[in-house]
Design a protein around this ligand. Structure first.
Ligand code: BV8
Length: 225
């Protein structure tokens, strides 16, 4: 059984990580969608660094939940027959035990040097422009994919979706592309597990409504029998 699972901010909501649209939409008076852009970073790098430094600092204080753990259990059973791709930049899938996590939008706990193109695991602030471990220049940025930038390894996702028996979307509003289009790329059956109807709910063969910490463990139990 070849399965592709996509997760969004909704799977981390019950861990206390605010989603993009539930966090009453503003951060320091800014719409996150306008801060997560190369233009915002060029215009006001300190503002953007603060946005990501704050979110990076929260991570050690939040824990994975039953939904993250259920997907780790699924990976332990299915191995390479499961492809887990997440829009999330948090590290909760890894901390729940998932070993193969495709962060299509990058990772909060990583820094990318715009001078030498090196990437580094990174848990500290970037606001004070620490030197790049590789080249020493003070040009590190958050290693996340901003609006207008190209998500990582979409060709891999396309291949896996074309070959899958089942595509499951968990905790995403289906507003951001190209993740919102995955349901159309899937050769197999499609299932949405989400608290509310998403922008793409009607494109799924089946949809279940409810919190991820209830829906995901129950679905994994069904798959593993
Ligand atoms: C690209 C990293 C080209 C940074 C993020 C017009 C039409 C179509 C597309 C576009 C367009 N104009 C512009 C575009 C492209 C643009 C886009 O989609 N814009 C949108 C706003 C229209 N996309 C891009 O720019 C992307 N790049 O297109 O390049 C390309 C394409 C293909 C191939 C090659 C090149 C890059 C987008 C990446 C942006 N970076 N994140 C950061 O995190 O700061 S996006 C960011 O927002 C997240 O990563 C996530 O993807 C998105 C938020 O979405 P969700 O995860 O769904 O979260 P949300 O809050 O919206 O929803 C939460 C859901 O959970 C809700 O449905 C809720 O009901 C549910 N929920 C809540 N609690 C629970 C729950 N469910 C279960 N249990 C619960 N307890």
């Amino acid at each position: 059984m070849n399965i592709v699972v996509l997760t969004g901010a909704g799977i981390s909501a019950e861990s206390g990580v605010p989603t993009f649209r539930d966090a009453d939409g503003l951060w320091e008076g800014h719409d996150p969608m306008t801060v997560a852009t190369p233009e915002a970073f060029a215009a006001d790098p300190d503002l953007v660094h603060r946005f990501y430094d704050e979110r990076r600092a929260v991570l050690p204080r939040v824990q994975p939940n039953a939904a993250h753990r259920a997907l780790a259990r699924l990976e332990a059973a299915l191995g390479d027959d499961l492809h887990l791709v997440t829009q999330n930049v948090d590290d909760l899938h890894e901390r729940a035990g998932s070993r193969q996590v495709h962060h299509m939008h990058g990772r909060l706990r990583a820094a990318w040097c715009t001078a030498c193109d090196s990437r580094h695991d990174w848990g500290d602030p970037l606001l004070d422009r620490p030197p790049c471990p590789t080249c020493g220049s003070r040009t590190l940025r958050p290693d996340v994919v901003w609006f207008g930038e190209v998500p990582h390894d979409m060709d891999v996702v396309e291949e896996r979706l074309w070959a899958c028996d089942l595509f499951v979307s968990i905790g995403t509003s289906g507003l951001v592309h190209p993740a919102a289009a995955f349901v159309h790329w899937s050769r197999g059956d499609t299932l949405e597990l989400n608290l509310d109807a998403s922008a793409g709910s009607t494109d799924f063969a089946r949809s279940r409504r409810g919190p991820a910490t209830e829906l995901v463990p129950a679905w994994v139990d069904e798959v593993l029998g």
